[in-house]
Design a protein around this ligand. Structure first.
Ligand code: UDP
Ligand code: MG
Length: 323
């Protein structure tokens, strides 16, 4: 891909899940902006198994604008999968990833592109603020990002998926075979000459956020496990703490026995049993979680399945290609 990619072409990747309202607006806004800035571009919408009219909207836009292409997943595979599918489709010398709901301001893509022209290979969008969120959400996000920042050694507190990557960085990411790829962190982890662009998270104009509390918790756990083995080390630490406690309590009990003041101690025994039993179960759960992740990786299933493609040439008399 590195040799065949077009000179200066910018591929904009837009993961879209139930975004029938946002797709036309995104296509129009981004195309107009990049045309005005004289940046050669293509737009790749990845329909992540939407259940509304997103795919029809993408097809309509590819009819309107020759630079718009679309890929449709056979079902919902999640935003990370959609990003990687878009990167695999990109023909550009650089690729920008942004949300299709335009919460990532499109005019920043022009700034990012200019920085890429200056020689930067990874241009990261950094959130100036986190947009409108509940205090609980902000607190949970803070906790998650401080853990993940420690695991990656990179400050992720204001990181986002809004990034522009050089072809070399795109190819490096695509060469990684891990299934639980966490784009936001991996694209920083790969290194390369990196710079940052600050942006304000815009309010959503159409539809609503696709994240439920459950999906956010799952997202946090999966990504923590994919980047950090700290929970496994925590088990060892816990084992040491419990061992020290048991030595102290053992000596205390022996002393009581030999001095003839041993109590009946039934409650203590029950409590200790329950405590140690639950600690063991939690530890097994953590180990089990990692084993499940290993199981998912060794099965080597594809990250996503594409059911349809569409591009401008499809509409010159022929239907979209089925795969
Ligand atoms: N998205 C996706 N697949 C999903 C969930 C979301 O492709 O399973 C896309 C969605 O269409 C949007 C982007 O990811 O373009 C960000 O999603 P959303 O706006 O719901 O998240 P938020 O901005 O609230 O973090
Ligand atoms: Mg959004």
């Amino acid at each position: 891909m590195a040799d065949t990619c077009k000179q200066g072409l910018l591929s904009v990747i837009l993961p879209s899940y139930n975004e029938e309202g946002s797709v036309p607006r995104a296509a129009q806004t981004i195309t107009r902006l990049l045309t005005q800035a004289a940046i050669p571009h293509e737009l790749i919408f990845v329909d992540d198994g939407s259940r509304d009219g997103t795919w029809a909207a993408v097809q309509a836009q590819s009819r309107l604008y020759p630079c718009v292409r679309g890929v449709r997943f056979s079902r919902n595979f999640g935003k990370e999968a959609a990003i990687f599918a878009g990167l695999a489709q990109a023909a550009g010398a650089c690729a920008a990833v942004m949300d299709c709901d335009l919460q990532h301001p499109p005019e920043k893509v022009v700034d990012m592109y200019r920085l890429w022209q200056q020689g930067y290979q990874v241009v990261e969008g950094i959130k100036a603020n986190r947009g409108k969120e509940s205090p609980l959400h902000t607190l949970a996000a803070k906790g998650f990002y401080s853990l993940i920042s420690r695991a990656t050694g990179i400050d992720m507190s204001r990181a986002s998926d809004f990034k522009l990557l050089d072809r070399r960085a795109v190819d490096t990411l695509l060469a990684m075979r891990e299934k639980n790829a966490f784009f936001r962190a991996l694209s920083s982890w790969i290194g390369f000459s990196t710079t940052q662009v600050e942006f304000e998270v815009q309010p959503r104009l159409e539809g609503e956020s696709k994240w439920s509390l459950r999906s956010l918790v799952r997202y946090a756990l999966t990504n923590l496990a994919s980047f950090s083995t700290a929970p496994l080390h925590l088990i060892t630490l816990l084992g040491i703490v419990v061992f020290i406690c048991s030595v102290v309590m053992g000596m205390w009990s022996l002393w009581q026995k030999f001095t003839g003041q041993a109590l009946e101690g039934f409650t203590t025994v029950i409590l200790l049993q329950l405590l140690i039993g639950s600690v063991l179960m939690i530890c097994l759960g953590i180990i089990g979680y990692y084993i499940a992740k290993i199981y998912e990786e060794v099965k080597d299933r594809p990250r996503y399945i594409i059911s349809q493609h569409c591009e401008a040439s499809d509409h010159d008399g022929q239907a979209e290609k089925d795969i």
